[in-house]
Structures are given as C-alpha cells and as structure tokens.
Design a protein around this ligand. Sequence first.
Ligand code: C2O
Length: 509
Amino acid sequence: MSLNRWNPNRRQVLGALGSVAVGGANLLNARSATAEDNPTDCSPIGAAGKTPVPYKPDPKLPVRMRKSAFELTATEVDRLKAAYSAQRKLTTTKPDDPRGWLRQSYVHCWYCGGGSNGRSGQEIHGSWLFLPWHRAYLHFQERILCKLIGDDTFALPYWDWDTQKRQVFPPIYGDPNDPSNPLFDMLRSAKPGPTISTQAVSVVILDRTMNTSTSNLFLGSQAGSTGAIENAPHNPTHIWTGDMTMQNANNDMGVLATAARDPVFFAHHANIDRLWSVWLGLSPQHQNFNSSAWLQTAWQFYDENAVWTQITVKDVLDPVTSLRSTYVAPNAPPIWTFRPRIAPHVVAGLAAKPQPPLKPLILANATAAPIQIGTTPLTREVTTPAAQARAFSRLQAEAPTQFVLHIRGIQVPSDKQAILNVFLNLPSATAATSQNVGNFVGTITVLAKTKEMQMHQHPPTNAAFDVTDILSEVKGQKQFSVTLVPVAGEGTAPASMEATFRQISLEQL
Ligand code: C2O
C-alpha cells in the first residue's frame, strides 16, 4: 500500500482510469474510499501506559516567524517543501514513527473523535477548546518539521484568505499538473486561480467574525457552542478546499478525520491562529477566558523528539514566550473592518434603566423527534411580547452584545456535511439570497467527520450569533422569524441534505 498519495506512482494508477487531469474534482470524487483514506484507528501509537512529560518552553530557541504563504522567498518555499518531503518520507521508511506525515494527521483524527470502531479521543471542535488545541497542534507539527530539516528557524506559513486580493488558493501548495510537489494533495479540488466561494470567505463573514465581541461567541463556549471563527470562515474553507462546488465531503480537507493529510491544513490553521491574536488586539473588550477549567485543560502530543508530552491551554496563551513562535503581519490590508462597540456605560437608556432580562424567545423546540432540515429553506416564527419589542427598538446598531440567537442540537450523519445560511425576518430567503442583506445573521457549517458512516455518535453542533445590531433595525416589529437556508457553493442549493436540529432560541446575555 502506498501511503504517500502525492507519490507520482499513484498518478499512474489514477491515470489508467482515463486521461482526466490528476486532481480533477470529478475523478477524485468518483474514487471510492480505501482503508488508507478512511482510517479505522487513529489512536496515538505506543502511548498506552506512558506518563506524559509536562511541556516546557525552551527560551534558547529562536522565535519562529510565520509568514504569509503568498510572501515566501524562493528559499523559504524550498525549505517548506524539504520539510514536508522529509515528513512524508518518514511515513514510508518508519511507518510507526509518530512524527511521520500520516501519523501526524492521525493526531487530528483522534482529537476530532473521528476514529471509527468507537476509538476516539476528546472532541476538540465545536467548543472553547478549538483555538487552543489547534495552536498546540501547529506548534508540535512545526517543531517536528524543524527537527526533520535541522533548522530551528523553520516556521509554517499562513494562508491569509482575509488579506485583500488573497481570496485564492496559495500557489505554492501545488497544482494538479505537479503531483511531485510534496505540498500537493491529490484528494483536494482547490487549485491556484479560482476565487474562494463567498460562502467560505467574504467581507460580510469576516466582518461579522472579527467584530464578534465576547469570548463565548468568538472562541466557542464551554457549553459546546461553536465559536464564530470556527464556524466561518474556518469550516467552509475546509469544505471549499476539498471540493470547490462545496457539494461533496469526500476529499481530505472536507473531512475532519483526514483534513490534516493535506499540508495546506496547517497554513489554513496558522491563519485561524493568527486571527485569534489579531482579534485579541482589536479591543480591550476582546478577551480570552480566565476560567481555570479552560486554562488547565491538557492534551498529549508527541514532540519533535518523539517524547510523549502534555501541554495545557495556559501553555499556549503567550506564543512568543512559551511556544517561541509569532506572526509577521501580511504586507497588504485585510478585507474586513473593525468597528468599535460603544462601551456599555454610554449606551443611553440601557444601563440607566435596567430592563428585566428577556425570557428566551423560543422559535422552535423539538420535544420528541428532532426537526428535519431538507434541501429547501425552513422558517420558524414567534410573536414577541410588546415590552420586548420596545426593548429591541431602543437598541443602537453598535450597542454592546445583548441578544444572541442560538440554534441548538444540529446533527448531521458523520460522513455528511451541512451548510445553512441563517436569516432574521426574511422568510423568502433562498440559497440565492445574498449575504449583503441586513437580515443575514450568519452561516452554520458542519464538517463531515469521516468518509464512511461510522456507528459512534459525535456531539451535536450548536451555533450562536450576536444579533443585537440586526434587532436594532427591526424597530416596532412584533413578529420574528428565523429562516435556515441550506446552501452549497455560491448561491446554489445542496443536492442533498440530511440534517436535524432541536431548538432555535433568542436569548439575552
Ligand atoms: Cu480541527 Cu480545521 O479542523
């Protein structure tokens, strides 16, 4: 079995199927999953019974400077390719070395709970664990690559899809005509050239995400709601990279169990990680959690010397001091704009005359069986008590976050994905409705976990959106509706949709 899918030998096998360009979406999507593509056991090799060594920063290491994948020098591109070549080679020469390319991808598979046969680690997606876990994972991957090429200054690049004119796939990660590039992944449809779907990256989505003002809403919550940055652009960019039509969940990046086999995974996550730091710097209102339950959460990884290591959330919060890595800002501005919120004490009428908090306004609630979502839009309505309608009409567009729309208990079979656009008071919305309407609340994206249906259950997805500014514009209305619109890429409806949810609720913070 060839473990290295970028290996040109694999090309001959695929080439025998016809003269379709290698890496073409149709060919790849037509391929059936193999054991290699659908791992049955992602558990960390040789870790059973080992006591992990606590992570310790090494102040003697140089600070690794992560740069945009669009700004690397030719030498830096060669170094990146040499690092991934070495990591892929390790998988071939020493398949049980935990630092090899395939084993390292299993780390992500394990922590997405995506191993089959009930073997799985803690789920680190869909909650406040998402950002710190991926920061730790990037760290160990980067240190392993440093070690493999004997260069402690090596740093992962970031794919800054939020920088102006960079809404495209980074060319250095390869194109279908050059499968010998170790950064290329055959089970990927994105290629240099086409603009990324606005369902994944757009001014509206980035504006919403980077202006999210509370830690629960930006990072994700302890209770298990997905943070804004994970929900979009993180999730849909995975889907687009796997399949540019955003219809299929068969390729590596579109599936949590296999996403980290694609080297661009780490460039995508470096940008997510960078934007976490950028977000913290935008406003004193933007804060990490200070709860010890968060700070003390611990995970285990093999480090660059294959030492089984334990790292905590607290260990990753000061990257320069603790991890010895940082980001060089891109040399062009972002597509998004930060708009400071009014500080709570200056909002006329709100702090001065505290209102009794709104009881949750329930728009939908499954009492027994969950509510089905098909391929067509679904609307739920509620009539607001008059006092509440008056409170909404006193809101100002840039008031602090007051009202959050929760969509809870979303479930999708583990080998399927779902993308839903959410609108407030726009029951006529369809897949073609632009995000550029004031009623657009946001998008919910659920990634596939595995390529084949697995027996074990994943936690349901919960989404939460700050709708304060949208409510400020619906003055005087008493009737509220929420519409969930299933979509694929660029205003098209999905060919199929198997999703359910349990509750839609509008709640005051
Ligand atoms: Cu762990 Cu981008 O997913």
